[in-house]
Design a protein around this ligand. Structure first.
Ligand code: ISE
Length: 326
């Protein structure tokens, strides 16, 4: 049986999710797209229903599962509406913009008695991160000592404000590194580049309960292109990502590999595999094994809030999490 999906939000990611659901996955079909801008909703819907009313989309009986890709501040309300309607929901990160809001979602899902929420931390489905995870889990290289990460955007998105470098971008490393290392962070130290008043680029050094370090260079205006890289330095060797482009060009005595302008081409496979795993989970009745849960969404938002504070104090800061509900 094919699952009818409604997409909320038709910006860069909403339109891409609608495209993936309409043509790049099996076992699902696009029923409707909602966006405050009717023309944008219609363009993303590709012949499916278009509406400006997100609540009506969630209530629509033909919509059996909901994908939320609207602005961050709307996630909380819409995820709660999907849970209330008893419909599985894949919500783009961040799950919500405060720990209290995330807790409300976690609690509402637990009360529903079903695992309905997946948070859209798609890097868990990226083939390169998955190969690293398999090597780390198999312990072929020994214990991880340092996980080095680079997260570079060509230019900060136009809608970026203040702390969003942490709450909207660094959240990816917060999620994927604790998943890669199967551990929690215990402390963070943030060192913004001293010559840049904007805190960009900045270095984030995490300590983990497993005894490893995670370093992240976050550079929102790296200019040359979109570039995400990770390398695990282990006791008996290292494993790191190869160049993200799959071809190299040689000419005029030099070799080149290109970088995309943003995350959509870099993580195209990750988004598709994430959405396919979500659909397979709905059809099979068991949520995607590696999917980021509502609790994982809460962890990312909760830690991001503490890291934003650590960025201004510049002091080593202990990281804490609320008690997790059973
Ligand atoms: C964006 O929202 C993403 O999710 C990208 O993966 C990230 O690299 C970018 O910085 C965010 O703004």
């Amino acid at each position: 049986k094919s699952i009818g999906i409604g997409v909320i939000g038709a910006g860069v990611m909403g339109a891409e999710h609608a495209r993936i659901l309409a043509s790049d996955v099996s076992g699902a079909h696009l029923v409707a797209v909602a966006d405050a801008d009717p023309a944008r909703a219609e363009a993303a819907a590709r012949g499916a229903r278009a509406t400006t009313d997100a609540e009506a989309l969630i209530a629509d009986p033909a919509v059996e599962a909901v994908l939320i890709a609207s602005p961050d501040a709307t996630h909380h309300r819409l995820v709660l509406a999907a849970i209330a309607a008893g419909k599985p929901v894949l919500c783009e990160k961040p799950l919500a913009t405060s720990t209290a809001e995330c807790l409300e979602i976690v609690t509402a899902e637990a009360r529903s008695g079903r695992r309905l929420v997946q948070t859209g931390f798609m890097r868990r489905f990226d083939p390169a991160y998955r190969e690293m995870k398999a090597a780390i889990d198999d312990n072929t290289l020994g214990a991880v000592r340092i996980l080095h990460c680079q997260h570079r955007n060509a230019a900060a998105p136009s809608w970026f404000t203040g702390a969003m470098a942490v709450t909207n971008s660094l959240v990816h490393e917060i999620d994927v590194c604790r998943w890669l290392l199967s551990t929690e962070y215990t402390a963070v130290t943030v060192i913004p580049c001293p010559s840049e008043a904007s805190n960009d680029p900045a270095m984030f050094i995490f300590e983990t309960a497993a005894g490893s370090l995670v370093s992240v260079e976050l550079f929102m205006n790296a200019d040359y292109g979109y570039h995400v890289h990770a390398e695990a330095v282990c006791a008996g060797g290292t494993i790191g990502m190869a160049h993200p482009a799959v071809t190299r060009t040689r000419r005029n005595g030099a070799e080149e590999g290109s970088f995309p302008a943003n995350w959509v081409p870099r993580f195209r496979d990750a988004y598709r595999l994430q959405n396919q795993a979500w659909i397979d989970g709905i059809r099979g009745g068991t949520p995607a094994a590696d999917g980021s849960t509502a609790w994982d969404g809460l962890v990312a938002t909760c830690l991001a809030d503490q890291i934003v504070v650590a960025m201004t104090t510049r002091e080593r800061t202990r990281l804490t999490l609320p008690e997790s509900p059973s």
